[in-house]
Design a protein around this ligand. Structure first.
Ligand SMILES: Cc1cc2nc3c(=O)[nH]c(=O)nc-3n(C[C@H](O)[C@H](O)[C@H](O)COP(=O)(O)OP(=O)(O)OC[C@H]3O[C@@H](n4cnc5c(N)ncnc54)[C@H](O)[C@@H]3O)c2cc1C
Length: 344
């Protein structure tokens, strides 16, 4: 049995793990490492420090299926709906640009990370470890030796990298030297937007003075999107306080990218107060800096994946190789899986 390491427990990594488990159960032993403390990556759901039932989605907000992807990823949508992980978005999102006819929007009643957790659960038998920050990858004969912060290196027969492309380029060891020049140029040309997200948690029975569940803001240099998260997901409950998420605009994110979160949070709160003067003070706030938020230029001429080395296999995937949404990640995971299938 080959030992396959998937680096990243976001959507791409978790779908890869699930496909390997379902389609090649006898061929490989799957290991997943992520540097964070939990699953989700940019599909992250954060809990209130005082009430674990009160949660907020800090990254992805809702899933939009175009008619094309609804058809080609039909089995993925059907499975997630059958499990109650995706439900139709029924409230309107003020200012949402409808780019195409026939779009279907979904929300995640248990938080957007429940999608990723579902695929990890479906990878039964895979060993999933958090707090494993990969720093170096070395070629050792027919294997890869993978080093992490605060732990012993381990050897694997194949390695899948699913982190944002700039983080792939930051890996030390042999990854850079084994990469062909055109591949490095393709990866270096990839770009992402940057933004901040604030999660605001309120005590039970707090009234949020907003007629909408979510809204795109067009008259602020700082704030681009606000959602009353439990209202957006149709999970309002008298036992649990409401939660809100605020996304900054990309220009604001870029301008404050190197600042400390503690300095940026009051700026966003001040602007939120200006936009919503009757908003009560939250019980707690979580500030997240998304240095790599959404892909603005993906890897050219390399749909879905890039094989950096074929024997032993080192392959990269993720939204950097497609586009930044649910379907982009599923498309990439399917392409990475095809490569694994033909190599294991
Ligand atoms: C603010 C925001 C809003 C968004 N809105 C939407 C939306 O509404 N709808 C939608 O469909 N999509 C949305 N997206 C995009 C979507 O979230 C991403 O496309 C998707 O989550 C990317 O998944 P991924 O698995 O490819 O990468 P990631 O989710 O980034 O997963 C990569 C994982 O690798 C881990 N990692 C990185 N480096 C290392 C290392 N050295 N060692 C170990 N682990 C490492 C990270 O911790 C992370 O968990 C949004 C994203 C953001 C940030």
């Amino acid at each position: 049995m080959s030992r396959v390491l998937i680096i990243g427990a976001g959507l791409t990594g978790s779908v890869c793990a699930c496909l390997l488990r379902r389609e090649l159960p006898q061929k490989c032993k799957i290991v997943v490492w992520d540097k964070s403390r939990g699953a989700g990556g940019r599909m992250s759901t954060s809990r209130s420090p005082t009430d674990p039932a009160c949660t907020v989605d800090l990254g992805a907000q809702y899933i939009t299926a175009t008619p094309y992807y609804a058809r080609i990823h039909q089995s993925f949508y059907e499975e997630l709906q059958a499990q109650g992980i995706l439900t139709p978005l029924v409230t309107s999102v003020e200012g949402m640009a409808s780019k195409e006819e026939g779009l279907k929007n979904y929300v995640t009643p248990k938080g957007v990370s429940s999608i990723v957790k579902h695929y990890l659960k479906e990878s039964a038998g895979a060993e999933v470890f958090f707090d494993r920050h990969v720093t170096h990858v070395y070629r050792r004969g027919a294997c890869w030796e993978v080093c992490r912060k605060n732990g012993e290196p381990e050897q694997f027969d194949a390695v899948v990298l699913t982190m944002p492309v700039p983080q792939i380029l930051q890996l030390q060891g042999d990854v850079g030297s084994l990469m062909a020049d055109p591949q490095r140029e393709q990866l270096e040309a990839v770009s992402y937007s940057s933004r901040y997200a604030l999660g605001l948690f309120y005590p039970p029975h707090t009234h949020i003075p907003a007629p909408w569940a979510a809204k795109y803001v067009s008259n602020s240099p700082c704030i681009r999107f606000i959602a009353v998260d439990d209202k957006k997901r149709h999970t309002e409950s008298p036992d649990c306080g409401p939660s809100m998420v605020v996304h900054t605009s990309v220009p604001f994110g870029v301008q404050h990218l190197e600042a400390e979160k503690e300095q940026v949070q009051p700026l966003i709160m001040q602007e939120l107060q200006r936009l919503m003067p009757h908003l009560p003070q939250p019980a707690s706030i979580k500030c997240q800096k998304w240095r790599y938020s959404q892909v603005t230029r993906s890897v050219a001429d390399c749909p879905g994946q890039m094989t950096l080395f074929s024997q032993p296999l080192l392959v990269c995937g993720g939204d950097g190789f497609t586009h930044s949404n649910f379907d982009g990640c599923v498309e990439s995971a399917l392409k990475v899986f095809e490569v694994l299938k033909s190599s294991l």
